[in-house]
Design a binder for this molecule. Structure first.
Ligand code: NAP
Length: 308
């Protein structure tokens, strides 16, 4: 199996992959995609369950995406994952989109069923499972701040928090207008006046220190969905001076076990986790959609950690 395949390969998939045993019947479409750890995680699961199929990376550019997904049935695929920048295009390309994915506004998992494509979203539910696994709490019980709420991951996370009926949701984005737009889209989920005094249950705030400090005083869980922290030299997206020991801090970044934000949070005594468990559970849920059976979570976790 090669590290990367392309649209050209997909056009003649059966010839290009002839002799591959087990056959390549699943994959992740992205641009870029070379860094994806999904093959390690999902191939470990397929092998552990004795399923005769393998999972590969496909480097598909935006202008190639529509043709690429249409080729999946004839190439003999069971399904695919879709990552940056194709999650919205995948929603438009699917013949049927699951209700939850439609509400989230993005598709990251496709199932091939009799020549048709069904679309699902496991990013939001994956985050929910990750928060439960890392901190033993549920989104619905929490006051949550999402940093980077206007980005692709941030929007899905904010929508999942809204769908779960979290207590409060504060949306922050460097480009404020995007946070305001997401708040507008989610407003209908926060009509019910749950308690927290005079505070609104849903707010979009500009990225300003005084505003962040005031909101953090009414926050249980901070989720970083920005890309700030992906590079080792990046600063913590929130400075230590804004963090407190009673906060739960979840960084969706998983390029390091201790990201700059995780380090800053732990330095003030807060509980903090990186995004590996979100990656794990979105894969677990995709596996369960494709095969209608329980995924081998521990095998997948080990493979992910080993791939880092
Ligand atoms: P994206 O659509 O490009 O969004 C990037 C977001 O980061 C935007 O909100 C952007 O703000 C913000 N941003 C970038 N640099 C910033 C800075 N220096 N300070 C403050 N905000 C900054 O990217 P994405 O696909 O949503 O990915 C975002 C992050 O989520 C990445 O770190 C990725 O690793 C992570 N992620 C994790 C998982 C997982 O399973 N754990 C899954 C998906 C994504 P503007 O709108 O102002 O540009």
């Amino acid at each position: 199996m090669r590290d990367l395949y392309t649209l050209e390969d997909l056009r003649d998939w059966k010839t290009v992959t002839a002799g591959e045993e087990p056959p390549l019947k699943l994959g992740v479409f992205g641009d870029p995609v070379a860094h994806s750890r999904s093959p390690q995680m999902l191939n470990a699961a397929l092998e552990a369950c004795g399923i005769p199929a393998r999972y590969c990376r496909l480097h598909i550019r935006p202008e190639e995406f529509a043709e690429a997904v249409r080729l999946l049935p004839q190439a003999g695929f069971i399904g695919a994952n879709v990552t940056v920048p194709h999650k919205l295009a995948a929603m438009n390309a699917a013949d049927t989109v699951d209700e939850h994915a439609r509400k989230i506004g993005a598709v990251n998992t496709l199932v091939v069923e009799g020549g048709r494509l069904l679309g699902f979203n496991t990013d939001g539910p994956g985050l929910m499972r990750a928060i439960r696994a890392e901190f033993g709490v549920d989104l619905r019980d929490l006051r949550i701040m999402v940093l980077g709420a206007g980005g692709g991951a941030g929007r899905a996370i904010a929508a999942q928090c809204a769908l779960e009926g979290c207590q409060r949701l504060v949306l922050v984005n460097r480009t404020f207008e995007k946070a305001r737009q997401v708040a507008g889209e989610l407003a209908s989920y926060f009509k019910d006046p749950r308690v927290y005094g005079p505070s609104h249950r849903l707010e979009a705030i500009p990225w300003e220190e005084a505003e962040l400090a005031a909101q953090l005083a009414q926050t249980d869980l901070v989720i970083n969905a920005t890309s700030c922290g992906m590079k080792r030299t990046d600063p913590s997206v929130l400075p230590e001076s804004l963090l407190q020991a009673n906060l739960l801090v979840f960084d969706t970044i998983y390029t390091a076990a201790r990201t700059p934000l995780v380090e800053a949070a732990q330095a003030v005594g807060a509980r903090a986790a990186n995004g590996l468990s979100m990656l794990l559970y979105q894969g677990v849920l995709a596996f369960e959609i494709w095969f209608n059976r329980t995924a081998p979570v521990e095998v997948m976790r080990k493979a992910l950690v080993g791939a880092s």
